[in-house]
Design a protein around this ligand. Structure first.
Ligand code: CO8
Length: 258
């Protein structure tokens, strides 16, 4: 698509690839990037022909944070009245599964953006952190909450209070990323994962995503109840019949996303 300046959007079959493209600023996330990413992903989310969205940056930087130069002069009232960065929350509300492919710096808002995605793949060069404290601020796109849920208090507190970063190995051990991939293979692997997800039944993948996400919002008993309702609901899909018939027929399933 052509109506973006800070991102590139490509489609490959049922997969969409969104690349942050402000190389001179290491993909710093200004309001334009936010608005373009959110508008593009919401359009893809509405498109029944897209089953998974990959978000990536450059080899050097997934994103080096919110745009410090843009934020520097803002007052409290500027931030409050514009509800600065609120649109990023909408990325977490997409129904289509998302994959973050992180190479290089994922700092501050960049780390928060990666954590807004459903699957987080890191290259062996990835660097994660919430260094806002060094600038006299704190995380503002959910980092203090999502990092803590992902890696626990011990590491989240240390990272947010000292600003130190984690390499890919530490991030994987801590549970922030699902896997580490050699830098040269990151994008191909992310697209392969996305193609796998996009090949599943779209409504069932949406329900699986919704069920996992509910674990972050509710008690175990309520979460299990929620899962059970969705489990019963998948029996209303044609894809459940197709998936189970394909198994018994010993052939690959052909999901119709209904
Ligand atoms: N914002 C704006 N510009 C940036 C940013 C950024 N976050 N990061 C890098 N850049 C720019 C640099 O200014 C530089 O531009 P120029 O050439 O015009 O000076 C260009 O990108 C290249 O950067 P460097 O020369 O610094 O590259 P290095 O390889 O030397 O260093 C680093 C790479 C270590 C990543 C370094 O750039 C850095 O430390 N960047 C800042 C990292 C950071 O602190 N991120 C957190 C930002 S704050 C944040 O994200 C808060 C989110 C919540 C806000 C909530 C509001 C409601």
């Amino acid at each position: 698509t052509t109506d973006h300046e800070t991102i590139l959007v490509e489609r490959k079959g049922r997969t969409a690839l969104l690349t942050l493209n402000r190389p001179k600023a290491l993909n710093a996330l200004n309001l334009q990037v936010m608005n373009e990413v959110v508008a593009a992903t919401e359009a893809l989310d509405r498109d029944p022909d897209i089953g998974c969205i990959v978000l990536t940056g450059s080899a050097k930087a997934f994103a080096a944070g919110a745009d410090i130069k843009e934020m520097r002069p803002q007052s409290y009232m500027d931030m409050y009245l514009s509800d600065w960065f609120t649109a990023w929350d909408r990325l977490g509300n997409l129904r289509t599964p998302t994959v973050a492919a992180v190479s290089g710096y994922a700092l501050g808002g960049g780390c928060e953006l990666a954590m807004l995605c459903d699957i987080l793949l890191a290259s062996d060069t990835a660097v994660f952190g919430q260094p806002e404290i060094k600038l006299g601020v704190i995380p503002g796109i959910g980092g203090s909450q999502r990092l803590t849920r992902a890696v626990g208090k011990a590491k989240a507190m240390e990272l947010c209070l000292t600003g130190r970063t984690m390499d890919a190995v530490e991030a994987e051990r801590a549970g922030l990323v699902s896997r580490i991939v050699p830098a040269g293979e990151l994008l191909a692997e992310a697209l392969a994962v996305a193609e796998t997800v996009a090949g599943m039944s779209a409504p069932v993948a949406m329900m699986a995503k919704e069920a996992v996400n509910r674990a972050f919002e509710t008690t175990l008993a309520e979460g299990v109840r929620f899962e059970r309702r969705l489990f019963h609901a998948v029996f209303a899909t044609a894809d459940q019949k197709e998936g189970m018939s394909a198994f018994t027929d010993k052939r690959p399933p052909h999901f119709t996303h209904h």
